[in-house]
Design a protein around this ligand. Structure first.
Ligand SMILES: [Zn+2]
Length: 94
């Protein structure tokens, strides 16, 4: 519903991109409305680590990963390393 103009930088990682981390700049504070586990509409304001985590998770719902927020150079480095790691895990045909 709202995000602060003030930003903050956090070193983020993700189970979708294991063992890779990058500094991501996001709004420092947010306000959001959500449905809780009892189907009640709630609103909260969050800042700090909670605000970063919520934005990271909402990004997932939109198909966005933390690497989509960093430079294409850094994103390319991480994605190439993951591809290389993936290839090395696949057993070779004999
Ligand atoms: Zn994630």
């Amino acid at each position: 519903m709202w995000r602060s103009d003030e930003t903050t930088v956090a070193n983020e990682g993700c189970l979708s991109l294991p063992e890779h981390y990058a500094d991501v700049t996001r709004p420092a504070a947010i306000r959001l409305r959500y449905l809780d586990h009892e189907n009640e509409i709630r609103e909260i304001e969050a800042k700090g680590l909670l605000a970063t985590c919520i934005q990271h998770e909402i990004d997932h719902l939109d198909g966005v990963l933390f690497v989509d927020h960093i430079s294409s150079l850094k994103r390319g480095m991480i994605l190439r390393k993951l591809q290389k790691a993936k290839r090395s895990r696949v057993p070779e045909h004999v």
